[in-house]
Design a protein around this ligand. Sequence first.
Ligand SMILES: [Zn+2]
Length: 462
Amino acid sequence: MKLSFHGADRDVTGSCHLLECLGKRILVDCGMRQGSRELARENAEPFGFDPASIDLVLLTHAHLDHCGRLPLLVKRGFRGEIVATAATHELARLVIADAAHLQEEEARREARHRRRGGDEDATEPLYSLVDAFAALGQFGHAASYGAPIELAPGIRATFLDAGHILGSASILVEVTERGETRSVLFSGDIGNAGRPLLRPPATPAKADFIVMESTYGDRLHRPMAASIDEFQATVSATFARGGNVIIPTFALERAQEILYFLHQAIESGKLPASAQVFLDSPMAISATEIFEHHPECLEPAVAALFQHGGDPFRLPNLHLARETADSMAINRITGGAIVMAGAGMCTGGRIRHHLRHNLWRRECSVIFVGFAAIGTPARQIIDGAHSVTLLGEHIPVRAQIRTINGFSAHADQQELMNWHRGIGGSRMTFLVHGEPAAMTSLAAKLAVPRIEMPMPHQAYDL
Ligand SMILES: [Zn+2]
């Protein structure tokens, strides 16, 4: 058995790990590197293995940094099956099609730029919508949590609920050769337990080798209850000042959680039912609809609510803005509105327009609910910039700025330790998906015989 690492190595994006066993080559995740233009170029570099030689892909979840290079893998020759949970497959359709659309747009923009400089060569996108649909056509087996799948004689995989986003999984691969079974557990991204919509992460009783994420390996989150209180208090205070609340949000999980918290706040009378809530993101709107299709991923109370015709996301004054015109109309509202739009790090998308209309107004608030990478407008605002450049304009920052980390979709240090402790018999743990400082801090806390922090393309014989 051989394990090699081709993404998210001492880094948080681009997850991609290769397991070779019994003559099969199995890839776990094939994610996009995210953050800046340099990383966009890195996405086009060779994978570190021949895509045509890969027999199948196991996909842990639908976040772009785990599934975003699947169309490129197919474009470069991968013809095997992609195995994921049904919810991951459904969400991946949104994410992969959206990514292809952005890649095509980016290539057209680059080509225009080069033509102005006298360069007539066409710029090819990293992949096209055609590649994206080809990749989506290779999704096969729908994995169910806890039910082993025979991938090939002697190789089976079991998907376990990772509690991170809808459909997310940790994957246990068991390989039986000459009567002896050895196992590798890929954590995927591990959820922050105690979140309202999803079940907590599950772990297998035993695994010989563990490949584990370490995003928040050096940090503890604020408790959820305190975060919800802070959120409600910020909304109330902003409404009292006559302003709007702007929430840059990620489409796949956070948007639905915020809707749920607002639903709870209105039900309990902590926020007025007259609050106007705008979900200004076609992807978030579609993802919200997908939740109802997958009770198997939901907290039992939430699943039961759907089953009895209820809807934890339905608010008295919820407006779904799919079209650009609907989005632009929101900008005429000066107070009493909560606006959720992407991108979460404010690097693009409709959120930039809402910030342009509200960030300079003292009566408004901006609430950040997710991770913001260095260099992004979100991070600049969080770090106290007096002004930011959005859509080519300098916008002064006068609104109240709040960061609520308790809503994170990732386990914190203590939860990562608990997850790891729940698995018996491990011989070796590989830390991935973390900045080096977070990895080192987590490594010091884990009581295991051997810990590795692989470098890109490093391989191990197990
Ligand atoms: Zn994720």
